[in-house]
Design a protein around this ligand. Structure first.
Ligand SMILES: Nc1nc2c(ncn2[C@@H]2O[C@H](COP(=O)(O)OP(=O)(O)OP(=O)(O)O)[C@@H](O)[C@H]2O)c(=O)[nH]1
Ligand SMILES: [Mg+2]
Length: 316
């Protein structure tokens, strides 16, 4: 009897505290609408703003999208579906995408410099996995002769790990311990594409070394690899740290693990660089999409579609 009473009391305390939290959030939402000039818009537009904010879009970006749809539609009230479609179109119009190089890379003549893609970014972002995916995609879909080069000799076991996986994937591998080794690893073999992986360190010494590696490799494209599970703030702080690196594309990983894509989309608009690749899991090379294959706006507004996997595919 006492236990039952205690359980009921606990339950109602939990509900009360959740209600208090919801009230607080609704209060915040009203304040945000006022400060972002959304509160004067029709109810359906305010709902769109709340929908975007609850999908972790940055408030300012969500308000900008909402207001520009309102203006474009001449202030007309629209159904929720129409507004979501308009939001998807507005978001996609603001995202720059990448014309993927892989299908355009031609076979190199003997001694000709290969096409080079380099991956940089913070620790655990998914650079090494992305390197394997790009190499295997180029090999299987394009029939290119591919080599992978790892400049990450810091992490315990990373050299052995790359060598083991390269053997499994049947891709030649080079390890650059020093900056001056990069050039000779790139040249001297009949290779069409080189994918370079770097160490995920961001202290000052490591950044200088990364810059030297990039100067030595002179890649055709450098991707900053970021996890889509990060907050907008973390994405933007990391991007700011790496922007001196002559980044060409922002490549996002772990879309399968991200609760929402609002932070990724809001940050892209802030960073202003084109979206490169998107990784939606650990399967090599299946879980890899180039930005033009994806309706990123729809994924951010409506959620990610379910992806079916080949059961024979390999994970790393
Ligand atoms: N769920 C999911 N996991 C991923 C994805 N990409 C990479 N991972 C996992 O994330 C972890 C880190 O991936 P790595 O490729 O080692 O990341 P990294 O950037 O090379 O990390 P460092 O070398 O430590 O800087 C591994 O467990 C990967 O299997 C993805 O798209 N989805
Ligand atoms: Mg790595």
């Amino acid at each position: 009897m006492i236990d039952q009473f205690n359980n009921t009391a606990l339950y109602s305390t939990a509900i009360e505290s959740r209600l208090a939290r919801i009230e607080e959030l609704v209060g915040d939402l009203h304040d945000w609408m006022r400060s972002e000039q959304v509160s004067s818009l029709p109810n359906s537009y305010r709902k769109l703003f709340s929908h975007l904010v609850s999908n972790d879009f940055e408030r300012r970006y969500a308000a900008q999208i909402t207001r520009s749809i309102f203006q474009a539609k001449g202030g007309r009230d629209l159904s929720q579906e129409e507004l979501q479609l308009a939001a998807i179109a507005e978001i996609n119009a603001g995202i720059r995408t990448m014309e993927e190089a892989l299908p355009r890379i031609r076979r190199r003549e003997h001694g000709e410099r290969p096409y080079i893609i380099a991956l940089v970014g913070s620790s655990g972002a998914g650079k090494t996995t992305m390197m394997y995916k790009l190499a295997v995609r180029a090999l299987l879909s394009q029939g290119l002769r591919v080599k992978i080069i790892s400049c990450d000799t810091y992490k315990i076991g990373s050299v052995e790990g790359v060598q083991t996986i390269a053997d499994i994937l049947k891709v030649p591998v080079g390890i650059a311990f020093e900056t001056n080794e990069v050039e000779s690893l790139i040249e001297g073999s009949d290779i069409d594409l080189v994918v370079i992986d770097t160490a995920g360190r961001s202290d000052r010494g490591a950044r200088k070394e990364l810059e030297d590696f990039m100067t030595a490799a002179s890649p055709n494209e450098i991707h900053l690899v970021l996890s889509s599970t990060m907050s907008s703030r973390a994405i933007q702080d990391t991007a700011a740290l790496f922007l001196g690196e002559k980044i060409d594309y922002i490549t996002f990983t772990k879309l399968d693990e991200a609760p929402s894509l609002g932070p990724m989309i809001s940050s892209l608009s802030w960073i202003g660089l084109p979206l490169g690749y998107l990784a939606t899991g650990t399967i090599i090379p299946d879980d890899l999409l180039s930005s033009r294959e994806v309706n990123a706006g729809a994924w951010a507004v409506e959620g990610l579609p379910n992806v079916e996997h080949n059961p024979e595919a390999s994970h790393v």
